[in-house]
Design a protein around this ligand. Sequence first.
Ligand SMILES: NC(=O)c1ccc[n+]([C@@H]2O[C@H](COP(=O)([O-])OP(=O)(O)OC[C@H]3O[C@@H](n4cnc5c(N)ncnc54)[C@H](OP(=O)(O)O)[C@@H]3O)[C@@H](O)[C@H]2O)c1
Length: 329
Amino acid sequence: MKQVVLDRYGSPEEGARCAEVPEVGAPAAGEVVFDVLAFPINPADISFCRGSYRLKPPLPATPGAEGIGRVTAVGAGVSHAKPGDLVINLQRENWTQTRRVKGDDVIAVPPGLALRQAAMLRINPPTALLLLTDVVDLKPGEWVIQNVANSAVGRLVIRLARARGLRTMNVVRRDTLFGELTALGADACAVDGPDLAETVKARTGGAPIRLGLDAVSGRATARLASCLSEGGVVCNYGSMSGEDPVMSRSALTSGGLTLVGFILGRALATRSLDQVRALYADLGARILTGELSAPVERVYPIEEIKAALTHAQRGERNGKILVAPNGPV
Ligand SMILES: NC(=O)c1ccc[n+]([C@@H]2O[C@H](COP(=O)([O-])OP(=O)(O)OC[C@H]3O[C@@H](n4cnc5c(N)ncnc54)[C@H](OP(=O)(O)O)[C@@H]3O)[C@@H](O)[C@H]2O)c1
């Protein structure tokens, strides 16, 4: 079978290749085997390939934090998944044609889910939801500000915030995105820059903003912080700039702001397996109705992983880059 193998950390398209590897074999008791139908290339996967992610296993290694699979076989004692079920996998190494994992690591998703959207269910939808629920106890009518607002997470934040009665101030790198983000439910938009605080104040009518979601880091964190009301919280959950977050000392002291971090794994670890399954059932149902979605720019076959990785690193994409290891989806 085919699998993406990373031979060296550095440039992703140079370090990764599509390799022929042995089949995974039949499932033992308590195990599940599934074919990977599609997986996205996320910023964290790019960092993994570069060797700058928090996990840096010895090489060769197989990347891939998420994907959608179809179960082909289950071992004795597995009752919550059966052959034919669509499943997401809570474990990594998903850039491959077939996986064999512990039964408890897979979660069945609604059968009618569009495969491209299902491939992106595992990480970004719960991230967007928990960024809105776990950090600050926001009440309906309150504002939240976020950068990378046109990213998959950013678009999900817009939809989920609207569903909770929250208002979003959305910061992006170009004003040509304002129309589509507004159509999605954004209440206001701004282009990032040195005058961000004044622009935001004008577009929100000076309303207090208690939560800022930052996935750019570097000076962008300080600019986002400058838009918050006294005592507000900046939640850093990514670093598209590749830098560490910067906060001015006066924001922390005079402004009473707090800088916190979010990572999905830690947020899910505070929940039971039943709660995690319920979370994905809720998000899967919302994807099924079309309430939640993320645009896809292109789907590549696994043999073209190098081209897919190059494409995924381009700025100003109109959606995710997906890979379909077992034929078109
Ligand atoms: N902490 C967690 O648990 C967690 C979970 C999921 C995702 N994340 C993070 O969430 C962020 C978004 O992920 P995603 O999958 O939604 O991304 P995505 O859909 O692939 O979109 C990438 C976004 O990053 C922007 N961007 C790229 N380079 C940038 C730069 N140098 N400065 C500012 N913006 C830049 C792009 O803007 P343009 O369109 O202008 O190029 C685009 O909005 C990433 O940082 C990711 O690591 C964190």
